[in-house]
Design a protein around this ligand. Structure first.
Ligand SMILES: [Zn+2]
Ligand SMILES: [Zn+2]
Length: 150
């Protein structure tokens, strides 16, 4: 963490990146696990890549992919082994979440996202709202349910 003087690190129960505070919250007690050390690099990736807000689920998914790429790239510098299965599982849970939200509740057609919380179906014209999900606070990226599958 001394490598990242521009960032604040605060022990917490889960991983959260707060762009407004330039703070990475991390589960200090579970940091012994290598997958969590990789998770910490992932959060740092959000910070270093300037991830501050998102306008759609797909945009958010892209940020998740990029933050994992960052973690993958930096892992050797910290002597970490990259667990591809872990990264895959994290991204897969995101992908499933993104997919579920986009399915029209009336006709099961794929809806179009118009705002971070609104979808529109071109087939049956139904509109529906979704939460920000994954306990995502506005302008916060919470990768917790992604990072703790075991
Ligand atoms: Zn529909
Ligand atoms: Zn993330």
């Amino acid at each position: 963490m001394a490598y990242y003087p521009g960032l604040e690190f605060i022990p917490s129960s889960r991983f959260v990146w707060s762009p407004a505070q330039r703070t990475v919250y991390y589960p200090a007690r579970e940091l012994g696990r290598e997958s969590n050390q990789l998770g910490l690099l992932h959060e740092i990736g959000h910070a270093e890549l300037g991830h501050t807000s998102y306008h759609s689920d797909i945009h958010l998914l892209g940020m998740e992919v990029d933050a994992w790429s960052y973690a993958r790239q930096k892992a050797p510098e910290f002597g970490l082994t990259v667990d591809e299965a872990h990264i895959h599982a994290c991204l897969e849970s995101y992908r499933i979440w993104v997919h579920k939200r986009s399915v029209c509740p009336r006709c099961q057609f794929h809806g179009m996202q118009t705002t971070p919380t609104k979808f529109h179906c071109f087939m049956c014209r139904r509109r529906w709202r979704v939460s920000r999900g994954l306990s995502l606070q506005p302008r916060r990226m919470d990768c917790r349910s992604l990072a703790s599958r075991d």
